[in-house]
Write a new protein. Structure first.
Length: 134
């Protein structure tokens, strides 16, 4: 049996739970800075937010359910940070490729996150359910 066959019980140690909760603090500070237009602190808080999300992708690689959800969260944070940066540095209305502006380009990582979850829920999760019902 491989990790796609059945869901595993994912357990976070106290250390990982602390890191996850700290991740939320960084994320909230980043978004508050975006709202209040504190550019330096907003960009600074994006760095640990993305790093911790990346760390959780790495740590969850043995549990397919957690992995797919953590990849989606990482893509969401990347999209959110790009959007924030596009507004901070005034390239949100600048046309880049294929007529897309800076803000619209943020839809790419958002869309990839949705795609990752769609793949999980449409293809992997049903297989997991059928394996647990046997």
């Amino acid at each position: 049996m491989n990790s796609l066959d059945k869901p595993t019980e994912f357990h976070l140690s106290k250390k990982l739970r602390f890191i996850e909760n700290l991740h939320i603090v960084f994320w909230l500070i980043k978004d508050m800075c975006w709202c209040l237009e504190f550019k330096t602190l907003g960009i600074t808080m994006a760095i640990p937010t993305i790093c911790i999300a990346s760390y959780f992708v790495y740590k969850s690689k043995k549990d397919i359910t957690e992995l797919f959800h953590n990849i989606a969260v990482l893509l969401w944070i990347i999209a959110n940070t790009l959007w924030m940066s596009s507004e901070f540095f005034k390239f949100d209305e600048t046309i880049f490729i294929l007529g897309l502006n800076g803000r619209t380009l943020c839809a790419i990582p958002f869309g990839l996150g949705i795609l990752v979850l769609a793949i999980y829920y449409l293809l992997i999760y049903p297989k997991q359910l059928s394996k647990t019902e046997l």
